[in-house]
Design a protein around this ligand. Structure first.
Ligand SMILES: *[C@@H]1O[C@H](CO)[C@@H](O)[C@H](O)[C@H]1NC(C)=O
Ligand SMILES: *[C@@H]1O[C@H](CO)[C@@H](O)[C@H](O)[C@H]1NC(C)=O
Length: 404
């Protein structure tokens, strides 16, 4: 699965190819890449930054907007319900604050009385590296969805839970829904979450309507992984460029409008803002993470990384990888799903498959003309989607008591 940022990324890539003729690189520097300072404080919103260390040593950047524009921290700061936003593939916490404040989910939630926390997974520009590994080390990139769901999300959610002494409200987009669903099947993690809102929900990917993703998944991604081994994947470096070049040379893929051919046609994306988005996106991920997504596309399963029979025995003591069992998500956790009629990545058949396996019946919002990227960047998302999301959360504020 290639999330909406890939679209932005591909535009970036073309500009890099056509205009600059050079490969841009970014310094990984915690001081330069502080989401508060780069975007949120400039918009006049309060912002605090935290570093959360995962069990396997990654230093994740978690950013908080404790109250809204022109407000003061209320005396009872705990009266604001915490909401945690988890971005998608090749994106970072910035994707919730990239549009105008009246259009972007993080600002809207802060102004609606929520205590807003922005998660950032390992490898993104807003996170801060690792206690001992360096991004130049291969091992720094030896991870995929299982580590995101098994280490990053539990560490960040526990941090917010303990900091606020309340259960939290979860919002995921795209890969943020995959790792959310996978993490909630773990007893401990499900306990931190009072209710979950999933934008472009994904667990099964075998019906994706994206030729680029299908060709990449069937022919290239795992082959690259076998040849190169664990490695950073960034659309701004050679490996990213090579993958796009190879996939686009297939007659099955029309790369003329790469953005739409991957995410589906997005109705309401503000194209005059692309230069601004490109200052921050796309973020890096690992080739192994893409390889895991490619397996999901090919196999139609929602399970852990497949190392092959021998590798699986070494990793899992069994021939096939263990499945993520959606039935294990706490039945008491209310779930809300928003999906779009033009979303090439969260296909109706796959969304129905997810719904059928959830232990409780989710609330649904369907937006006919939305593509994958519209759920975070549509200029109309507030009235199309976010007002309903906020109403869903408000209906479940009674469930936020934490047993700490
Ligand atoms: C917050 O950001 C500042 C400036 O980038 C940095 O010096 C500080 O170490 C960060 N604090 C944490 C807890 O990450
Ligand atoms: C689109 O982006 C431009 C440039 O940032 C901005 O001035 C304009 O307000 C945006 N339009 C909408 C409808 O948000």
């Amino acid at each position: 699965m290639y999330s909406s940022s890939l679209l932005v990324a591909s535009v970036a890539l073309m500009l890099l190819h056509l205009c600059l003729g050079e490969k841009a690189g970014f310094e990984r520097n915690a001081d330069t890449w502080n989401l508060c300072e780069q975007i949120i404080l400039k918009m006049g919103y309060p912002c605090q930054n935290y570093t959360v260390t995962t069990e396997d040593g990654f230093l994740l950047g978690v950013y908080r907007m404790p109250y809204g524009f022109n407000e003061n921290l209320p005396e009872k700061s705990w009266s604001r319900p915490p909401v945690f936003l988890q971005h998608g593939l090749l994106q970072g916490g910035d994707n919730w604050v990239l549009n105008n404040p009246e259009e972007s989910l993080a600002y809207i939630l802060a102004d609606a009385g929520f205590d807003v926390w922005l998660g950032n997974i390992r490898g993104t520009r807003w996170s801060h590296g690792h206690v001992s590994l360096h991004p130049q080390d291969k091992d720094y990139w030896d991870w995929g969805l299982d580590e995101l769901a098994g280490y990053d999300l539990p560490a960040m959610l526990e941090f917010v839970y303990k900091s606020t002494a309340r259960k939290l409200l979860y919002v995921g987009h795209s890969q943020g829904t995959i790792i959310g669903f996978a993490a909630f099947t773990q007893d401990r993690v499900g306990e931190f979450v009072a209710a979950a809102a999933m934008l472009s929900p994904i667990t099964y990917l075998d019906h994706i309507n994206c030729a680029f993703c299908n060709v990449a998944s069937h022919y290239y991604v795992e082959r690259m992984m076998k040849t190169i081994g664990v490695h950073e994947f960034n659309l701004r470096n050679e490996i990213g460029v090579e993958l796009v070049d190879r996939v686009c040379s297939s007659p099955k893929v029309d790369c003329e409008n790469l953005l739409a051919s991957i995410t589906g046609a997005n109705c309401c994306f503000n194209s005059t803002r692309i230069p601004f988005y490109m200052q921050y996106e796309p973020h890096s991920t690992s080739l192994k993470n893409l390889a895991h997504l490619a397996q999901m596309v090919r196999k139609g399963t929602f399970e852990m990384y497949d190392y092959g029979k021998l590798g699986n025995i070494l990793h899992y003591y069994r021939l096939s990888p263990p499945a993520y069992d959606l039935f294990k998500i706490p039945q008491s956790m209310p779930i809300w799903l928003a999906w779009g009629g033009n979303d090439a990545l969260a296909d109706p058949v796959d969304v129905a498959h997810t719904m059928a396996e959830l232990p409780s019946k989710p609330e649904l919002v369907y937006v006919e003309d939305y593509g994958h990227i519209d759920f975070v960047l549509s200029t109309r998302a507030k009235s199309d989607v976010y007002d309903s999301l906020i109403a869903f959360f408000r209906a479940h504020l009674g469930k936020m008591h934490a047993d700490i």
